[in-house]
Design a protein around this ligand. Structure first.
Ligand SMILES: Nc1ncnc2c1ncn2[C@@H]1O[C@H](COP(=O)(O)OP(=O)(O)OP(=O)(O)O)[C@@H](O)[C@H]1O
Ligand SMILES: [Mg+2]
Length: 247
């Protein structure tokens, strides 16, 4: 692993409370951590432990109740909604469990979408490279409905990389895929880290997926309960770790 020292995303004492009074839910109860350039982090934890909430706060999709998130050293709390949207478009890529492609656009147009939305020039050679990288050169004019789930998620991976973002956040990117397509997607994510130095934060329940990361952060009840390099020994060792920390 390369020395990862540049901090791209950090959060300090993040609390996120939903609702108020007796029915309030504290989804995050004081989370502090950093994500470094070129690092692939898996976030694990039981259902309801705050994984998605943390990712949404880190990615500027949701505001914290208190505490601070910084992306590229910029505190998000100081940004207006318009500035936050711009930062998100330019510096962050997303991959969702449910692919979230636009059905009326072709695969290629979906990959280009973050650039189109941001008003950026489209570098056709870069889009060609991304589409070839995910193995969809001969499917690029197809619409999402004409693609399998695994192929749609490959489009989503290429789309997430299109703006060369500082960080890509993926929320259970293999959650809707069969095991073979999951391996393909994890191979692509791993390659983005190894070849492009992409920083990646991935929420997953799957020890086989977490085993492909460099680092595992575990949440329980809105707090970080484990943060360490992925153990040697592959998915079995990760499964043992997840059991040990009460997953
Ligand atoms: N918009 C919301 N309004 C109210 N409560 C919410 C909201 N979003 C999340 N929560 C609550 O916050 C807690 C953490 O939810 P979160 O979605 O972050 O969990 P998670 O770890 O991603 O779970 P899963 O593995 O099931 O996706 C849960 O108790 C959830 O019900
Ligand atoms: Mg979730």
């Amino acid at each position: 692993m390369t020395a990862a020292t540049t901090t791209l995303v950090s959060c300090t004492d993040v609390i996120r409370r939903f609702g108020s009074g007796a029915t309030a839910v504290e989804a995050l109860r004081g989370v502090s951590t950093q994500f470094h350039a070129g690092e692939f982090t898996a976030i694990v934890g039981p259902s309801g432990s705050g994984k998605s909430t943390l990712m949404h706060c880190l990615a500027g999709l949701d505001r914290t109740t208190s505490g601070e998130v910084e992306i590229d050293g910029r505190p998000l709390s100081g940004l207006s909604d318009a500035e936050l949207t711009k930062l998100r478009r330019q510096r962050i890529g997303f991959i969702f469990q449910s692919f979230n492609l636009l059905p009326v656009l072709t695969a290629r147009e979906n990959v280009e979408l973050p650039l189109t939305l941001g008003g950026a020039d489209i570098d056709a050679a870069w889009i060609d490279e991304l589409i070839a990288g995910v193995g969809l050169t001969d499917r690029q004019t197809h619409r999402p409905a004409e693609l399998s789930g695994g192929q749609q998620q490959r489009v989503a991976v290429a789309r997430a990389l299109a703006t060369r973002p500082a960080v890509v956040f993926a929320d259970e990117p293999t959650g809707n895929l069969d095991s073979r397509s999951s391996v393909e997607i994890l191979d692509l994510l791993r390659r983005a880290v190894d070849e492009y130095g992409q920083t990646l934060v991935m929420v997953t329940h799957d020890p086989r997926a977490a085993a492909r990361a460099d680092r595992i952060v575990a949440l329980a009840d809105g707090r970080i309960v484990h943060d360490a390099p992925v153990p040697e020994g592959g998915p079995d060792a990760v499964l043992d770790l997840m059991k040990e920390i009460g997953q």
